[in-house]
Design a protein around this ligand. Structure first.
Ligand code: MG
Ligand code: ZN
Length: 418
């Protein structure tokens, strides 16, 4: 359609009583009394009818695009990011073939894949992986919250706090471990957990639940950081999560183990129980009482450790636990309607595969290999991280932005509040 066609439409409209509408920046033309065009030449009558039909098509798509599957406002009030450390697609698949519970991953609306290569290597560790997601900067393995040149980067959690949103961190290992640390600390070496603990004291965190109290109780730089936290008005508990809901005017830190928390399955003692889903629920109930929304990170930290150990029972139980936390987040997001939930891993660990059972039969000189496709045998190719793409699952306002294949740093761009 040329510019002169457009001006002709306006002229017809004025003379014939037809409607010229603007629907969401789209000009839509609807015919009024058709008799008025009969005095026009045949060419102009055709132009008029074509433009009218085009207008109806545009009107249809305009209304269609505002259907409930695409939220009208892409800016969520709250963001819950759940990271399964070491969780690739085979690990998620293992939930589907082994879970006794509902697999909540089916509740997501959009899926994507991220590329997780760090600077200077082909395969990432959790520090570089978490830094990419938390700050949008690729960095070297081992670096936490700083770019490849060691320059500190602002994190999603810090940006949320600047917008006066409440913030929370949950992990099943130490709060000073690489994944949660990338959201508040800036150190060149992830092993410097005493520095990370020191930075935690000054970070804008309203709620934290994890392990790691040894780095606070006997910090090599400042002695007892727990006292510093208490002095700044933080409620600290090193024994258990509370049964009752939390006071929205206070800040809370739960450090329930010296370093990592217990695994889901322990040899000679009870496992971790419902810590992760319970802490997720406790945090959401508390953070949602703020006026400006919240950002919450939940890490299923020990999926990675199970994969490093090539321990299928540990991987299965840590995945099931993480799945329950995902369910808690989605239950809230469904009720709330203004919460974006994103689940991903930082990288894949173990080269995990779900193979058919293999049987080798030897009869005399003959060897026959039979694959029993009715039985799945989970197995690992390595004890290290791998370079596989990692799946992303998204639900809620803005979830459609997480479709596609992109760098892990783009997760930061998609997650940060505009
Ligand atoms: Mg981790
Ligand atoms: Zn690992």
């Amino acid at each position: 359609m040329t510019k002169s066609d457009c001006s002709e439409v306006e002229e017809l409209c004025c003379r014939g009583g037809a409607l010229l509408l603007q629907v969401r920046n789209v000009i839509v033309f609807l015919p009024g009394n058709l008799e008025f065009i009969q005095n026009y030449p045949i060419m102009k009558q055709r132009q008029f009818l074509l433009l009218s039909m085009a207008g109806l098509v545009l009107l249809f798509f305009s209304f269609h695009s505002s259907s409930p599957t695409v939220p009208p406002n892409p800016a969520p009030n709250n963001i819950i990011l759940l990271v399964g450390d070491g969780m690739g697609l085979a690990q998620v698949s293992y939930l589907y073939v082994s879970s006794v519970d509902r697999v909540h991953f089916s509740r997501f609306q959009f899926n994507g894949l991220h590329i997780n290569t760090p600077v200077g290597d082909r395969i990432t560790d959790s520090a570089a992986g978490a830094t990419a997601i938390a700050t949008g900067s690729k960095t070297r393995n081992g670096a936490v919250g700083v770019n490849a040149n060691g320059v500190p980067q602002q994190s999603l959690l810090e940006l949320a706090a600047l917008q006066e949103k409440r913030t929370g961190l949950i992990a099943t290992t130490s709060i000073t471990d690489a994944t949660p640390a990338a959201f508040f600390a800036k150190v060149r070496n992830r092993k410097d957990q005493d520095s990370i603990a020191l930075q935690f004291v000054h970070a804008p965190i309203d709620f934290a639940a994890a392990g790691g109290f040894q780095f606070f109780a006997k910090n090599k730089f400042q002695g007892n950081l727990l006292d510093s936290l208490r002095a700044s008005g933080v409620n600290i508990d090193t024994l258990s999560l509370p049964a009752k809901s939390l006071d929205p005017s206070r800040r809370y830190v739960f450090l329930l183990g010296p370093d990592s928390l217990y695994h889901m399955v322990e040899k000679d003692r009870p496992g971790r129980g419902n810590f992760l889903p319970d802490a997720t629920k406790l945090a959401i109930d508390y953070l949602a009482k703020g006026e400006n929304g919240f950002f919450l990170l939940v890490e299923g930290s020990l999926i990675d450790w199970g994969c490093h150990n090539n321990d299928t029972l540990m991987v299965r139980e840590e995945l099931r636990d993480f799945n329950r936390a995902v369910g808690v987040a989605l239950d809230f997001a469904e009720r709330d309607g203004h919460t974006l939930v994103v689940v991903t891993g930082d990288h894949e660990t173990g080269g995990f595969v779900l193979s058919p059972e293999k049987e080798t039969r030897i009869q005399g000189m003959d060897t026959t290999v039979i694959y029993h496709k009715e039985r799945i045998i989970p197995a690992f190719f390595t004890k290290e991280h791998t370079a596989s793409l990692v799946p992303v699952f998204a639900y809620g306002p803005g979830a459609e932005r997480f479709s596609g294949v992109y760098q892990n740093t783009e997760l930061f761009e998609k997650l940060k509040w505009q």
